[in-house]
Design a binder for this molecule. Sequence first.
Ligand code: HEC
Length: 211
Amino acid sequence: MKHSLIALALITFAPLSALAQSKPADDITAQAEQIFRGSFREDNPSYWMQRLDQDETMRLCSQFKDHPPTKVRQKIEKAEMASIRYPVDGKLIGDWKEGEKLAAVGTGGHIGFIQPDPPGRVRGGNCYACHQLAEKEVAYGTIGPSLQHFGKLRGNTEQIIKYTYDKIYNSNAFNACTNMPRFGLHNWLTPEQITHIVAFLVDPESPVNKD
Ligand code: HEC
């Protein structure tokens, strides 16, 4: 009888004690971070290791699993918007032919490449990794919406040109926890290169807007 009571107590309280031992979310995050960092050697070049550090935006997006409360979202978007820089001549639309090349390049800046980039090597926007753009390019990813006929559908008013520039420079300014990289903020594309990609998207002569 005594034994069966003890057994009963063990069965009853076993799930509770398991619960008491379960780690709070913060501990699990710290543990995951440790495992993640542990897979990189400490003598890796510093420019690799810097990429493991989250900035405030990434930290908040992780904390709220990409769905921050309205106030936090607005705070992120405001700070990201304030980071946007423009070309010195103030012209936000460049040459679509240059933009076409930049949108297709996805090989610059990779971990393992020599840093800083040697003269002449562009990092590129790798836009096709996530977007459909010119019709002739059939290899594209679908993480982002199709941008085919972007200019045809949206027009090329000053407002659209500025939006397109700003979105490419810092995507999070419009969508706090987007999956789209912040190309200008991280110097992945220069302001001038962004103006070329803007032209690739909005110029009526660009293959993006031809069918
Ligand atoms: C890693 C994936 C990824 C890459 C690379 C990427 N994007 Fe995006 N992009 C997205 C996602 C996801 C969205 C939709 C969510 C949002 O608006 O933030 C988006 C949205 C956009 C929009 C807004 C569309 C609209 O309807 O207003 C534009 C413009 C855009 N991307 C342009 C580009 C250009 C140009 C490049 C290359 C320089 C690029 N993107 C590279 C993921 C990506």
